[in-house]
Structures are given as structure tokens and as C-alpha cells.
Design a protein around this ligand. Structure first.
Ligand code: EZ4
Ligand code: CO
Length: 414
């Protein structure tokens, strides 16, 4: 047996660990690791609205401990950070661990001269099917927007519509190729919500979209945690005839057994998980087959190493992946997600919201969209870099997510 640390068993040593915070239109936190062989890898560490907490966690507590560590020991480093912190799980910790993990996979790919998906077992499909986002203030506007995505070649579209009587509604914006809910300012903006108005209005949207485009396109909808289980059950049942590909985050998932009630009433497929940070958030959801798609992501669920573990568990129960991919997940996370999506057996669908031109310039990347699919870069590693000089020109600017209230003023899930 080779002694741990002897040259034959050893990768290169980490000599530099740096956190880069930049705001090319929105805030991103990126971890950059460099080895004594001069190889660098990057990982996304962005937690929307709470960016600086992760930056500090990394800078103050993780980076010093990484110096001198063997960059090839990805699994060991994961457990070193997870068990070694004593304080387990949580979005800040798991986003920080994700950044380290992602950067180490990037380095390993570059050292091996292979794109990361090859290290994960190779291509299990030709491309990563993605969905885009059609939204509008009213139903005709959404119907038009679905047409725009179909023209672009998308095979799946999420539809979100404004609700009469509510001034702002999640997912509806003036920007049409992306949607940015975080708003610049020290304190959060506030939105109002009426479940009654929403439930009354939204089925007509699916009817209108199916009438116009038929059943060939996959349609999705995000409830964004706003319903109780029985309300979600009612909506799922009501829209069954429109054959949604999934209904997302129908109810908050802190209580996993809540989904049993939804399941008892409807065959509309359920997707959940964008706020999950560990396998323990979805253990019951998966093993009791209470959902159909797990939407956890590389950046918030402990990196490629831990997300792969979640998807592997899900595969045993015929639950597929459906990873979150909104604009607050940087191109570094998107690149990492694509490598994993390409390699796992139980891939379902990947969210893809285009980044702004400024973001794309700060994060030059080789992944590309063609005919409804995204394809990761074929270059070694993740195939995404950060232009640090350009990044430095965009200083951090506070932008929290909104707070949501019912019409009577009660705080509600946003
Ligand atoms: O609100 O990423 O499915 N996508 C979503 C997103 C989330 C944001 C929160 O940072 O629900 O738009
Ligand atoms: Co969502």
C-alpha cells in the first residue's frame, strides 16, 4: 500500500484560495483555487441575497484550511469541510462546500485533460434538454412569449402569468429572456399575494397555451411555495388535462410528509428542491416517491459530489433530476450542472435562464445552446473561466429577495 502523501498517491497542493465577489448586473461569489502546478479551478458560491455570508464563510473559515491540501482528494475534502465544521448542513455551509468541491472537479479535469462529464462516467445522452421562461402580465402576452421560445427551438417552457389585482407576481417581468427577483437596495421590496385570485386565474393560462400550441411542448409552472398542501392538490387536479411536465414547489418542503397529501389527489407531476442543501432535505420525498423531480443544484447542495449522491438515491425510486438554473446561479454553476446532467442516468430536465451580456463577459464559457439542448464545453475541466480584471470593475451591490404579504398584511412565503 502506498503511504498517504507519497508522490505516487498525491495530486498537486493548493497554494492559493481566493474569493471573488462581482456584480455584473447582479451579484456573484466565486471561489478560485490554484495549485503548486499552476492549475486553477473555480466554483460558484452565490447565495442570492445572502452573498457576503458565504464569502465570509469561505474567506475567513475555509480558505486558510485549504492551503497545502492535496487538490485531487475531492471526497476527502468534502467530508473534511462537512464533518470538520461540526455544524452540519444549511445553505451557507453547503454553498461554501459546493464552491470548493466544484473548483476541485475543475482542477481534476484540467489535470486529466478531460471535460468533467468524462470523469463522472461519460456521456449518458447527446445533450441536456433545457426549459426557458415565458412570462407576461396577462395570458395573451404569455402565449406570445411561448411562441418566442418555440421559435428558438426550446422543447420545454415554464409559463408564469400576472394575476389580476396583484401589482407584482413572481416570475413576471419586463425582461423576457431572464427574470431577476432580487432588487437593489438595503431592505427587501414587498409583494402582495392572494391565493384565491391566483387559483382562479392560472388554469386558464394552461388552457390558452395548449389551445394554441398543442401537447408537443413540455409545459411547466412554478408555484414558488405559496400554497398549502390541499390548495396545491386542488390546482394539480384542476390542471391535469393540460398535462404539465411538472408543477414546481407547490408547498414549502420543510415538512416532507406534506407532499403525501398532494400525491393522494393528483397525477400532475411534482418538482421540488431549489432551496434544498442536502440529501436529508429530500430523503423522505424520494424514498416514499412523493415527488417526480428533484431540483437541487450544484451550488446550493454541496457541489457535484453531493448532488450526484442525491441523484443516485433518486434513481432508485424513479425520481429524475430537474436542476434549478435561474440567473442567480452563475455560469460556473451552470457549467458544472451540465457535466452532471450529461452523465447521470436519471436526468429529467435542466432549467436554463440566460445570463446578461455583462455576466457572460465576466464568465467566458464554452457551453452552448442548440435546438433546445445545452452542451457543455469539450475543453478540460468545467469549461468556464472568470475574467478577474473585468470582475473587479463591478463592485458588490446589496440586492435582497422580496418579502411577500397576503392582502391583510400577513407575511407569506415568497
Ligand atoms: O426564485 O432563483 O425556478 N426558479 C426560481 C427562481 C428563484 C430564484 C431565487 O434566488 O424559483 O427564480
Ligand atoms: Co422555482
Amino acid at each position: 500500500m502506498t503511504e498517504p502523501g507519497t508522490p505516487s498517491s498525491r495530486g498537486s497542493r493548493i497554494v492559493d484560495a481566493r474569493v471573488i465577489v462581482t456584480c455584473p448586473g447582479r451579484n456573484f461569489v466565486t471561489l478560485k483555487l490554484t495549485t503548486d502546478d499552476g492549475v486553477s479551478g473555480i466554483g460558484d458560491a452565490t447565495l442570492n441575497g445572502r452573498e457576503l455570508a458565504v464569502a465570509s464563510y469561505l474567506q475567513d473559515h475555509v480558505c486558510p484550511a485549504l492551503i497545502g491540501r492535496d487538490s485531487s482528494r475531492i471526497e476527502d475534502t468534502w467530508h473534511y469541510l462537512y464533518k470538520g465544521a461540526y455544524w452540519r448542513r444549511g445553505p451557507v455551509t453547503m454553498t461554501a462546500i459546493a464552491a470548493v468541491d466544484t473548483a476541485l472537479w475543475d482542477i481534476l479535469g484540467k489535470v486529466a485533460g478531460l471535460p468533467v462529464y468524462q470523469l463522472l462516467g461519460g456521456r449518458a445522452r447527446e445533450g441536456v434538454t433545457v426549459y426557458g421562461h415565458a412570462n407576461g402580465r396577462d395570458i395573451p402576452e404569455v402565449v406570445d412569449q411561448v411562441g418566442v421560445y418555440l421559435e428558438l427551438g426550446y422543447k420545454a417552457v415554464r409559463v408564469q402569468v400576472g394575476v389580476p389585482g396583484l401589482p407584482v407576481v413572481y416570475g413576471v417581468s419586463d425582461d423576457k429572456l431572464f427574470y431577476e427577483p432580487a432588487v437593489a437596495g438595503a431592505a427587501p421590496t414587498e409583494a402582495t399575494w392572494s391565493t384565491e385570485r391566483y387559483l382562479h386565474h392560472v388554469p386558464a393560462l394552461f388552457e390558452a397555451v395548449r389551445d394554441k400550441y398543442g401537447f408537443d411542448v413540455r409545459l411547466l409552472h412554478d408555484v414558488h411555495h405559496r400554497l398549502t398542501p390541499i390548495e396545491a392538490a386542488r390546482l394539480g387536479k384542476r390542471v391535469e388535462e393540460y398535462q404539465l411536465y411538472w408543477l414546481e414547489d407547490p408547498t414549502p418542503a420543510e415538512s416532507q410528509e406534506a407532499f403525501r397529501l398532494i400525491r393522494q389527489h393528483t397525477t400532475t407531476p411534482i418538482a421540488v428542491g431549489e432551496v434544498f442543501n442536502s440529501i436529508w432535505d429530500c430523503q423522505q420525498l424520494i424514498t416514499e416517491q412523493l415527488v417526480d423531480f428533484i431540483r437541487a443544484t450544484v451550488v446550493h447542495a454541496g457541489g457535484i459530489t453531493h448532488l450526484r449522491r442525491i441523484f443516485n438515491l433518486a434513481e432508485l425510486y424513479q425520481v429524475r433530476s430537474g436542476s434549478h438554473g435561474a440567473t442567480d446561479l452563475s455560469p460556473v454553476c451552470m457549467a458544472a450542472a451540465l457535466h452532471l446532467d450529461l452523465a447521470i442516468p436519471n436526468f429529467g430536465l435542466q432549467e436554463y435562464m440566460r445570463h446578461s451580456a455583462a455576466t457572460d463577459e465576466v464568465f467566458p464559457h464554452g457551453y452552448h445552446f442548440a435546438d433546445g439542448y445545452l452542451h457543455p464545453a469539450e475543453t478540460p475541466g468545467l469549461g468556464v473561466e472568470i475574467d478577474e480584471e473585468l470582475a473587479a470593475r463591478y463592485p458588490y451591490s446589496a440586492a435582497p429577495l422580496p418579502v411577500n404579504r397576503l392582502l391583510d398584511g400577513s407575511v407569506h412565503s415568497w
